[in-house]
Structure formats: C-alpha cells, structure tokens
Design a protein around this ligand. Structure first.
Ligand SMILES: Cc1cc2nc3c(=O)[nH]c(=O)nc-3n(C[C@H](O)[C@H](O)[C@H](O)COP(=O)(O)OP(=O)(O)OC[C@H]3O[C@@H](n4cnc5c(N)ncnc54)[C@H](O)[C@@H]3O)c2cc1C
Length: 442
C-alpha cells in the first residue's frame, strides 16, 4: 500500500559553493578544508554536534595514524584537530614510542589499544566532548555555516548533476543549492537517492556487517582491571565465557582517555541492516538492554568494576558499513602493493606489517555517474576488504579533507569535481598539512 504525496514547492534556504551533508569525521574535515580554500560552505547535520561516530557514536578510540615504522602518515586535519585538544582530553603513546617494537612497551600499549602486531602506534583515545567542541570552534573560525537538527532528505538533481539538497527540519522542507554537494552521511543517503550507484556487499559473519550502540561506564578502576587481565588470563577467559553464556553477546571493556571510564564498543549484533528502520530500532533495544546486563555482570565479577555506574549510551548508532559509492577508481585489495596512485590524496597505514602503506586516490571519492557530487568517509569507493581500514576515523578525516579541497577548487574554477586539476589539489592538500607520497613537482 502507498499514499500519494502532493507535489510541493520548496523554499530555497541558502545558496553556497560547497554543501556538506553529515558532520562526522569526513564531513567536519571536508567543511573545514573547503572553507579554508575560500568556499562559502554550509554543513548540515541531523544531530546537535560534530564528529559523527567519533563523538556521538562513542567510537573514541581513534585508529592508527602511523605506519608500521612509526611514521605519521595521516596528517593534515587529523594532526591539527588532535593537537588542539587540551591536556587530559587524549590518552595514547608519546611520539617517541610510535613504531617501538620493545616487548614491554608494546605489551603496555597493547592493553591500551595502541599497539598491534607488537608495534606501538599512534592510535589514541579521546574525550568525545572535547572532540565535539574543538571541531566546532575550528569550523566557526574558518567561516563554515553549520546547520544542526537538519536531516538531508533528498538531493536536488538536474539531468546528470547534483545541485544541492533538500533537508527536513522543524521548519519543514527547505533546499540548499551548491556548486558541489559532499555526501558525508556515511551511508550514502544522498548519492543513493541521486542514483549514483553503489555496492553494499559485506559478509554477515564479518565485523564490518555488525551494528551496535556503544556505551561508557564510569566509577571504574581501569588499572586494576588491566592488571587482573594480565596476571590472571585463565580467570579472565572464564569470566568472558560465563558472560557469553549468561547473555549471548558479551563484550570486553576497552580503555578510554580516563582511568575511571571504560568503553564498550560492542556487543556486535549481526543480521541487521542499518538502512532498515525496524532493524535499527531492534538493535537499539537489544544494545540498551545488554548494557544494563553488562553493568550488573561487570559489577559482580570484574575487578575494578565494583563501583561502576552508567555514564552514557551513544546518541548515534554504531554502523560500520552500509553502502559504498560506485566510484571512478575504487581502492581494491590488489592495490595494496606499494603503488602510488597518480591522483593520490593521502596515504593510509596498511592492515598489517605484511603490507606497505596504501595510496588513496581521488577517484575513490568521485562517483562514476553524476557530477556536482563527492563521497568521502566510510562510504567511499573500495572493495569490502579495503573498507576494513579505509572506514577508520583517521582515513575519514583524510578523505574528507581531500573532498573539501577538491570541492572548493571545483567551485572556484566553475568545473565539475571530476575535472579538478590534480596537481593543484595535491599542492593545496600539502599546503593544508596533508602527507602524500607523490613526489612534489619540480
Ligand atoms: C562500533 C564501532 C566501532 C568502531 N571502531 C573504530 C575504531 O576503533 N577506530 C576507528 O578509527 N574507527 C572505528 N570505527 C569506524 C568509524 O567510527 C567510522 O567508520 C567513521 O566514524 C566514519 O566517519 P564518517 O564521517 O564517514 O561517518 P559517520 O561517523 O557515520 O558520520 C556521519 C554523520 O552524518 C550525519 N548524517 C547521516 N545521515 C545524515 C543525513 N541524511 N542528514 C544529515 N546528517 C546525516 C550523522 O549524524 C553523522 O554525524 C568503528 C565504528 C563502529 C560503528
């Protein structure tokens, strides 16, 4: 059954050079980069804050920005944002430890989610409120016009070109027209509705398919808990086993930026679609119920958790993957061989020390079909395997910043994003602090 909606005339709320829809890591970086290039930039966000999953989703463990040698490869916006956080808002290994293979140092940081494969990495945990506040100040300083509580509902498409978006808010339906629209919704809401084409394959048994609402407990003693895990691994695995038997899904506590706050980024629920409103409602209900059962179980059985209390359940649902845009040059598993993309916009650390760094091409943000549109962040063009690391927060900062610069250059030159001058894009990214492997032209 369907209902017919009456045709309507939609007021134009604003006209700009660059419209960014979604204020997560990718959208925040994109808006800042575009505004710094002189573009009149508007950012639409359905919630009341910036940062997306990195703040509202409580994904406060920022993944690796160093490669396996300890070199900082994801720079630019990523480096600037973290450097602006006040003392105490971030916890992680000091710069001199990045890349360390010292067994004791790596073991210490491994328990604190900042060492993998016996190598210390720059992957800190952050206070989400400071990430929100700092991001907002940076955008306001650059002249971005943020509009909160506004849901990007429908792209405005003329022929083969996206001309902006219609959003829903308490004011009803309004349109924003732009030279370039950046879909940074994470789920490709706009490019899907515009007909850009996308892939959505992912393995149901794989973590990338899993959805859940994260939460934090406060009043805990993290050093005591970590000591127990390290000194009594048998007791810990028995605890995990009993937890799983008791509630089906059971999750480990992760460190946060404070020793009295624990982070739970699970339990990962499979078999749901993050694009189905009934499914995501069920995930919310199950996650919130599991949070209460975890509290009871951890209080009763985990050293360091006797005084634990509920601090916060994430305002944003934790979605790892839905759609990936059908892009001009998707990143594929066979590209992890050290090649440098001619249109490189940045460099991602690889999945494991077995692989060299991965060059990220501009073409991964450019839809094959439709002009006037870019798609950075976790819905960029790549295969499912490459998505496992390209969706991480630092990589979303990287692709977001590149999209913002490209959109501003396209608006300035009056061309489509796919026609942006690549040498100028790369030079501007470097001037904004990004690190590229492409040699600097003589
Ligand atoms: C449980 C979980 C654990 C993870 N663990 C890690 C980790 O340890 N380290 C790491 O680095 N990464 C991790 N990730 C991945 C990472 O958090 C995301 O991939 C990343 O945040 C994606 O950034 P984004 O900007 O593309 O999208 P998002 O962070 O999803 O941001 C999208 C923004 O757009 C807004 N939005 C969406 N649709 C609309 C619309 N139609 N109109 C207006 N606004 C809209 C949303 O409200 C949101 O603010 C994890 C993810 C999950 C779910």
């Amino acid at each position: 059954m369907v209902v017919e909606e009456a045709a309507r005339r939609t007021p134009v709320h604003a006209i700009c050079d660059v419209l960014v829809v979604g204020g997560g890591p990718a959208g925040t970086a994109a808006a800042l980069a575009a505004a710094r290039q002189g573009a009149r930039t508007i950012l639409l966000e359905r919630h009341n804050h910036l940062g997306g999953l990195s703040t509202g989703g409580l994904v406060i463990w920022i993944d690796r920005m160093t490669d396996w040698s300890g070199q900082l490869v994801i720079r630019g916006f990523a480096e600037e944002l973290l450097a602006r956080l006040p003392k105490g808002a971030m916890a992680g290994p000091p710069r001199e430890a990045w890349g360390s293979r010292d067994t004791a140092t790596a073991a210490w940081w491994q328990a604190r989610t900042a060492a993998f494969h016996g190598i210390v990495t720059h992957s800190p945990t952050c206070d989400p409120e400071w990430l929100k506040a700092t991001s907002l100040e940076m955008l306001l300083e650059a002249g971005v016009h943020p509009i909160f509580h506004a849901w990007g509902a429908q792209p405005v498409v003329e022929g083969e070109t996206v001309r902006g978006a219609i959003f829903e808010s308490k004011q009803g339906r309004r349109a924003i027209l732009a030279h370039v629209t950046i879909d940074a919704t994470g789920d490709g809401d706009l490019f899907a509705r515009a007909g850009a084409g996308f892939e959505s394959d992912s393995d149901e048994r794989d973590i990338h398919h899993a959805i859940n609402t994260s939460w934090m407990f406060a009043g805990i003693n993290m050093p005591e808990y970590l000591r127990w895990r390290a000194e009594f691994p048998g007791q810990f695995s028995d605890f995990m086993k009993r937890g799983k038997e008791a509630m089906g899904f059971f999750d480990k506590a992760f460190v946060s930026w404070r020793d009295d706050v624990a982070l739970f980024m699970g339990p990962r629920l499979a078999g749901y679609s993050a694009l189905d409103v009934e499914d995501i409602s069920e995930v919310e209900i199950t996650s919130h119920r599991l949070m209460l059962r975890h509290l009871e179980f951890y209080r009763a059985h985990a050293p360091g958790f006797g005084g634990a209390y509920l601090m916060l359940s994430a305002p944003q649902l934790g979605v790892r993957h839905t759609r990936r845009v059908a892009g001009v040059t998707p990143v594929l598993r066979e590209h992890w061989d050290g090649r440098v993309a001619p249109d490189e916009i940045g460099v991602s650390p690889s999945l494991s020390p077995k692989f060299p760094n991965v060059s990220v091409p501009y073409g991964a943000l450019v839809p094959r079909r439709l002009d006037g549109l870019l798609a950075p962040g976790r819905h960029l063009a790549c295969d499912a395997t490459s998505h496992s690391f390209l969706r991480e927060i630092p990589q979303c900062w990287l692709t977001g910043q590149a999209a913002g610069v490209a959109a501003a250059l396209a608006a300035e030159a009056g061309v489509a994003p796919r026609a942006v001058d690549i040498a100028r894009l790369q030079a501007t990214l470097r001037a904004q602090g990004a690190w590229l492997q492409q040699p600097v032209p003589a």
